[in-house]
Design a protein around this ligand. Structure first.
Ligand code: CUA
Length: 127
């Protein structure tokens, strides 16, 4: 084998391997492969939460990740001991482990504009 042929052979073999290595590094890890709590992302935006209803099992640990798309909103539900502000640009994380089944209305308790009083969502806790 001539040196130039040898080089071509090595490159042809090494390049795909190098590419595979780069690709596997670039592949995002599956979220929460560590078996951590389920994460529910909730977006706050004048004057609604999205989704506006979530369902959690009683005794299930979940992480709520609250994100504002515009101004500061509140997130308040006394019975579930939730009282947070949601600042734009900074996600607020809450870990919940509800021990009581029921339907809980969570309100925005930080004034955010004309329809602030109607901004709410429902957390349903099922047995
Ligand atoms: Cu959102 Cu008040």
């Amino acid at each position: 084998m001539k040196p130039s042929q040898w080089l071509t052979y090595v490159l042809a073999g090494a390049l795909p391997v190098a590419l595979l290595a780069v690709l596997s590094l670039a592949t995002p890890r599956k979220a929460h492969a560590d078996g951590g709590p389920r994460v529910i992302e909730i977006t706050a935006k004048r004057f609604a939460f999205g989704p506006n209803q979530i369902t959690i099992k009683k005794g299930e640990t979940v992480k709520l990740r609250l994100v504002s798309e515009d101004v500061t909103h509140g997130f308040f539900m006394r019975a579930l001991k939730i009282d947070e502000d949601i600042q734009p640009g900074t996600p607020t994380e809450i870990t919940l482990n509800p021990q009581t089944a029921g339907t809980f209305t969570t309100i925005c308790d930080h004034f955010c504009g004309a329809n602030h009083g109607n901004m709410n969502m429902t957390i349903t806790v099922v047995e």
